[in-house]
Each structure stands twice: as structure tokens, then as C-alpha cells.
Design a protein around this ligand. Structure first.
Ligand code: FES
Length: 97
């Protein structure tokens, strides 16, 4: 195994997990997780921060009932019920992280 420091200091994982139709548990994909991930990724790119902040899609983060969920590293802040209007704050916080 090779180990080396990540080339970006902040990573934000947005849950885009999709469950099959009729599944009893909700999923972030059906609550706009993919759109949130895409928009946040675009905001990072437009701000010229893609070398500092990376936005990834993730599988289930374990808080499906409160989704869409996201988590930021390295501080590990978990965000629940993320809405489009929260993205500017998420980006501003990540810039300062
Ligand atoms: S499906 Fe997103 S937290 Fe479980």
C-alpha cells in the first residue's frame, strides 16, 4: 500500500444513494442529492477552488430519514436535510476549513 497526503485539503461527500422504487427507506437520490452534488461541484469550480475543495458523490451516509446528507472532511461535520439554499454556506465554511 502506498500512502501520501491528499492533494486537496477539504473533501465534501454528498450522498447520492439511490434505492429501488418501492423501497421502504428513503434515499438521498430521490431527495435531490445528485442535483445538490452537481451544483456544489459547479460552485467550487466557478470559485476556482477545485484545487482546495473536492466534491464527491457518496453512498449512504446512514441518515436516510434526514437526507439529503453530506459530510465534510477533514473536520467530519455531518450535514442533514441539505437544501439548495444551504450550498453557499457549505461552500463558505469549506473555504475556511
Ligand atoms: S441514502 Fe443518503 S444517507 Fe442514506
Amino acid at each position: 500500500m502506498l500512502k501520501f497526503p491528499a492533494p486537496f485539503p477539504t473533501a465534501i461527500f454528498v450522498c447520492t444513494h439511490q434505492r429501488p422504487d418501492g423501497h421502504p427507506k428513503p434515499c438521498c437520490a430521490n431527495r435531490g442529492g445528485r442535483e445538490l452534488r452537481d451544483e456544489l461541484k459547479g460552485m467550487v469550480r466557478e470559485a476556482g477552488l477545485d484545487g482546495r475543495i473536492r466534491v464527491f458523490q457518496s453512498g449512504c451516509l446512514g441518515g436516510c430519514e434526514q437526507g439529503p446528507m453530506a459530510v465534510r472532511y477533514p473536520d467530519g461535520e455531518l450535514m442533514m436535510g441539505v437544501k439548495q439554499e444551504d450550498l453557499a454556506e457549505i461552500l463558505a465554511t469549506a473555504k475556511g476549513a
